[in-house]
Design a protein around this ligand. Structure first.
Ligand code: NAP
Length: 246
């Protein structure tokens, strides 16, 4: 029997990048997986087909995580479609970079709503459905811990907030035997941060291993935290950054 067979997972922002890899890694371990997306309906449908190709149930739900009603609905649709919920992965995120004084009010609001309020509301909606052995795993960023270059201040602060969310929820949910952890990727080759961009060389140079990460590198850490073997790990951080913060 696979490690996660019988488990039901919801991955926000699972249409591409890190979220898509997480959804597939959980399905590889035997979980049924619902993903949310904002715009990429075709890519979300392709991820669902891959999940189904692994013999698991897959479900794509359109839901802008900046919209509180959509977040609640997406959790309800996942619960209904999968028959319950055991694992929530808060992955959907956006980045806006630039000098601090140039970041617009609209960009600040979007960063806070997508990267912070979204995970808070998704967790609020999911928690009543989680059972003993449940998991909440959020995707932060190495930039939430260390800020090795300028022009990422507001993005970094949204990712720092996920550490407090993780620690606080670990305390609140520990008595129910639900673990809550944070995975902090470093530079990872996705649409958000392509490994062949102008900025990529500088980021690569910060790592100890001298390379960008892949979405699969991050997904492997999430899949481990979701597994029964990680049952004693809660309220903590797994950093997957090739040693950038070493
Ligand atoms: P990505 O390639 O840009 O993919 C973002 C995903 O989030 C997509 O599935 C997208 O859906 C979804 N999304 C964006 N805004 C949304 C919204 N308002 N409502 C619902 N879904 C939304 O990004 P990624 O690199 O995989 O990043 C995933 C997570 O890892 C983010 O939280 C990011 O901050 C974090 N992270 C990334 C890196 C990196 O170097 N890539 C490093 C550290 C942390 P659509 O396809 O529909 O747009």
């Amino acid at each position: 029997m696979s490690e996660l067979s019988g488990k039901r997972a919801l991955v926000t922002g699972g249409s591409r990048g890190i979220g898509a890899s997480i959804a597939l890694a959980l399905a590889d371990k035997g979980a049924d997986v619902a993903i949310t997306f904002e715009r990429s309906a075709d890519r979300a449908a392709a991820v669902v087909r891959e999940i189904e190709g692994k013999g698991q149930k897959g479900l794509a739900i359109q839901a802008d995580i900046a919209d509180p009603a959509a977040v609640k609905r997406s959790v309800e649709e996942a619960v209904e479609g999968l028959g319950g919920l055991d694992i929530l992965v808060n992955n959907a995120g956006i980045a806006h970079y630039g000098p601090f004084t140039d970041i617009s009010l609209a960009e600040i609001d979007a960063l806070l709503h997508v990267n912070v309020r979204g995970p808070v509301l998704a967790a609020q909606a999911a928690i009543p459905h989680l059972q003993q052995g449940g998991r909440i795993i959020s995707i932060g960023s190495g930039l939430g811990e260390r800020v090795p270059f300028p022009n990422v201040t507001v993005y970094s602060l949204t990712k720092s907030a996920l550490l407090s969310l993780t620690r606080g929820l670990a305390r609140e949910l520990g008595p129910r035997d639900i673990t809550v952890n944070l995975v902090q990727p470093g530079s990872t080759d996705t649409d958000m941060n392509p490994a062949n961009s102008e900025q990529a060389e500088g980021q690569r140079a910060l790592t100890a291993l001298g390379r960008y990460g892949t979405p699969e590198d991050v997904a492997a850490a999430v899949a481990f935290l979701a597994s029964p073997a990680a049952r004693q790990i809660t309220g903590t951080v797994v950093t997957v950054d090739g040693g950038a913060i070493a």
